[in-house]
Write a protein that binds this ligand. Structure first.
Ligand code: IMP
Length: 186
């Protein structure tokens, strides 16, 4: 038996990363289909609120959406829920400028996956701790990947996609999602 879920996102990178993670964890027991659709993201205080609001607007029997963000310790968690807007406006270079001379480089990336199956809604949160580089490094991935190095490593996610596949915020959220979906099949 396998369960099919539609991942609603305009971001192909997200779809590929999540599909690969689920395949690795759950094999063919979970099938992720891509519904290439953009939706309005409300401005809210938490990623969870953004996800819940968006899930309320999207139709479908088995749908999944994700909101993610980069949180920087020295900036009080900024850009956080503003990550998309900040990336679009000042980009990685803008973040690096804000961090110039800052010794505390700690940061974390968060993924919140929201699943609606029928009328039931569930959230799955994944987090990876790390630090912000002094310059952009690497060509892979997307978004903030060129300036984020996971804890205990020396490459950015953009330099080492295999590292991202192994321990990213998205992978960790995918593990929780897969565990839940597999539990429904037993
Ligand atoms: P959203 O989840 O699409 O709203 O993403 C918010 C912002 O974080 C966007 O600028 C994305 O490019 C960025 N982002 C989301 N996921 C990742 C990731 O896995 N790595 C780096 N940046 C990401």
């Amino acid at each position: 038996m396998s369960i099919e879920v539609e991942f609603v996102t305009g971001n192909e990178h997200k779809f590929r990363e999540l599909a690969a993670a689920l395949r690795e964890i759950a094999g063919s027991a979970v099938k992720l289909r891509w519904r290439r659709q953009r939706y309005t993201e409300v401005q809210a205080d938490t990623l969870e609120e953004v996800v819940l609001h968006a899930l309320g607007e999207i139709e479908g029997e088995a749908v999944l959406i994700e909101d993610a963000g980069l949180f920087i310790s020295a900036l009080g968690g900024f850009p956080g829920v503003y990550s998309a807007y900040v990336h679009q406006s000042i980009g990685n270079r803008g973040i690096l400028r804000m961090m110039q001379g800052e010794e505390d480089r700690r940061a974390w990336m968060v993924s919140v996956l929201g699943l609606r199956l029928g009328t039931g809604v569930r959230l799955f949160r994944g987090e990876v701790r790390g630090w912000i580089t002094g310059a952009e490094r690497g060509e892979h991935g997307f978004g903030y990947d060129p300036i984020f190095v996971p804890e205990g490593c020396s490459s950015t996610f953009a330099e080492a996609p295999e590292l991202k596949a192994k321990l990213s915020h998205r992978k960790r959220a995918a593990e929780k999602l897969a565990e839940y979906l597999l539990s429904l099949q037993h």
